[in-house]
Design a binder for this molecule. Structure first.
Ligand code: A2P
Length: 258
């Protein structure tokens, strides 16, 4: 059984009817790597309800941030979406996870492939100055059903590009590409389709994925993870087999098995 500590909610933002983010206090001793997740929970009528949440804030920040979908009748999110600043929630003591830059072999470009709330860990990764030292270019790919679902990611990307410390680096090295599947937009279709068809490379005027120079981090639904892994495996990319074993790409294994 994981050990839990309490954290106080400091800010809540509703981005759409389905999506919200919240910030909490962070214990000074809580250490994590950008891309990792933590268990977030509430005690409801004597029962503890917990779910894994990627940490969306960077590990140099004073507070923790999370990005969540509101699942209709979801045991946790239907309560969590009502949470207000000043209230407390539970956090597991030790963040963990396999979606970390440390487990990528050296490379030139880093692709961050996300759909839906799978963007959350990349909100952390793109705010990590070390990532821009390790990679010449960081290509963030965000897939969503609707344009409105992109609002949180848009705000984070704008924030990094306008950050007093990171702005110059991010403007030079971070590329942001978003595509939606259920309404008209500058780019439409699934992230996987944009890679398969080559549309993404054409739109960004970049060369196609290449296992000798590119590294990839993936976060999304189980089906999306499965399809992205297949796509990369077919192009000769090797997954990081375990924590501490470098590969050409990483996924969050906890999200696949849970
Ligand atoms: P679609 O509208 O075709 O289902 P969700 O909210 O269900 O996680 O979906 C977020 C985005 O991910 C949607 O644009 C959805 O497209 C897309 N998506 C769903 N399944 C996959 C998959 N297997 N591979 C790539 N993208 C996917």
């Amino acid at each position: 059984m994981a050990t839990y500590t309490t954290a106080t909610v400091t800010d809540v933002r509703h981005w759409s009817e389905k999506l919200f983010s919240f910030r909490t206090t962070r214990e000074p001793g809580l250490r994590f790597e950008n891309g990792q997740f933590i268990m977030v929970g509430l005690d409801v009528d004597g029962r503890r309800i917990v779910r894994a949440y990627s940490i969306a804030s960077a590990n140099h920040e004073e507070q923790l941030e999370f990005y969540s979908i509101k699942v209709p009748d979801g045991p946790l999110t239907s309560r969590l979406k009502e949470i207000r600043p000043g209230q407390t929630l539970l956090l597991s003591a030790k963040p963990t996870g396999t979606l970390v830059v440390r487990d990528l072999r050296p490379g030139k470009r880093l692709f961050l492939l996300s759909t839906g709330t799978g963007f959350a860990p990349f909100a952390s990764v793109i705010r990590d100055p070390e990532v821009y030292e390790r990679f010449e270019q960081v290509i963030l790919v965000r897939g969503a059903r609707h344009i409105g679902d992109l609002a949180y990611g848009n705000a984070i990307v704008d924030g990094v590009r306008n950050d007093p410390y990171m702005g110059d680096i991010a403007r030079a090295q971070l590329v942001d590409y978003s595509t939606v599947t259920r309404e008209a937009h500058a780019h439409t279709g699934r992230v996987t389709a944009a890679l398969e068809s080559g549309q993404l490379y054409a739109d960004l005027d970049i060369t196609p994925l290449d296992a000798s120079t590119d590294r990839v981090m993936i976060c999304g639904s189980k089906a999306m993870l499965h399809d992205c892994c297949q796509l990369l495996d077919a192009r000769g990319f090797e997954i990081s087999a375990h924590i501490g074993v470098p590969g050409d790409y990483v996924i969050e294994r906890a999200f696949v098995d849970s």
